[in-house]
Design a protein around this ligand. Sequence first.
Ligand code: GP9
Ligand code: MN
Length: 418
Amino acid sequence: DGSELVDIDNYIHANYKKPNDEMFGMAKGKNVILISMESTQNFVINEKVNGQEITPFLNDFIKESYYFDNFYHQTEQGKTSDSEFLLDNSLYPLNRGAVFFTHSGNEFNATPEILKDYGYYSATLHANSKSFWNRDIMYDSFGYDRYYSLTDYDVSDANSVGWGMKDIDFFEQSIQHLKEMPKPFYTKFITLTNHHPFELGEEDRLIEPYTSGNKTVDNYFPTVRYTDEAIKLFIERLKQEGLYEDSIIVLYGDHYGISQNHNKAMSEFLGEEVTPFVSTQLQRVPLIIHIPGQEGKTISTVSGQIDLKPTLLHLLGVNTKNTIEFGSDLFSDDKMEFTVLRDGSFITRDNIYTRETCYDKKTGEPTDGAACEPFIEKASQELEYSDKIIYGDLLRFYENDQVHNSTLMKNEPVIDEN
Ligand code: GP9
Ligand code: MN
């Protein structure tokens, strides 16, 4: 009956952080171009392999963007689909299975649906069959207007490798779709070439593989480099088509690419043992937000994919005060430094808690649990509340009278107000 939602709503309101006055509405009316960078972990940024830069374009782009270097993925078995779930809903995915398959019939209050009230057209673009991860069904539930999938692209052997269409061709063909789209648009581009097992033809190799002898780790670098190039070319095309200045561009890594099965080769690359502490730090993925006319800035606040929804909506001038979401605006002055991973690990400003051990971030060594203790309960509480919403399909009751009479209200379109 939705009564469970009252506790959750109280929790969420107690944690609400008001947006930064200067940033709220900064990108009002702009197009949104999200780019999901397949399996891209943050350790490749500003890093070299065999003496060559792994992400030369991103390293430059960061200088004119907001770059978040303590941003964690929070996905589980649903991989890319979990990252999409986090991004559009600011809810946690499930600890097993993929919510895209198990709960696609639920009521959601996703970003595309919210932005519809502000005149936005929304689309996902990804050159894979539409039913993969049950995306076609879930995107309807999120309120997407259109899914440009496999049949919207000319895919051939020549422009494919590994899992499918190569990123450079994918972006090139996507330009036409973008040009035809109603404006303003909210779009998500999902890249694919940097997917395990990181296959790439000799002719597309811009840097040489690493030399640990572990194929997965070694081949990871050339495919990351390839996607970096694909994004560079895409942004050049956006400029040519006059779409760049009217758009905010958000690049983020969807999840890890190198699993813990490869700790030995990763230790060799990093020059340090991959302890549970290091392993948790490796769950950081890049987040880069480019807003035309804004200068670059690196922001090191502890954050996660769950924070993207309120961050984006606030940039667009959309109030999120009365929505059910677990993330908070990354530009908010009092953003709490606390990010929960789906396996129950969490990160605070000074500590990492994983596998029931509290680590000191400065030393990477286990420390007495006192610093983590206050957050242990909060982390599991938050995951439990999010799970309750999904398992009980509780957002159905969002407009329910009983809930209304407590503190909940449907989010009214309010512009320029916080
Ligand atoms: C498939 C692509 C990759 O369409 O998104 O999926 P993943 O295996 O990373 O979840
Ligand atoms: Mn993925």
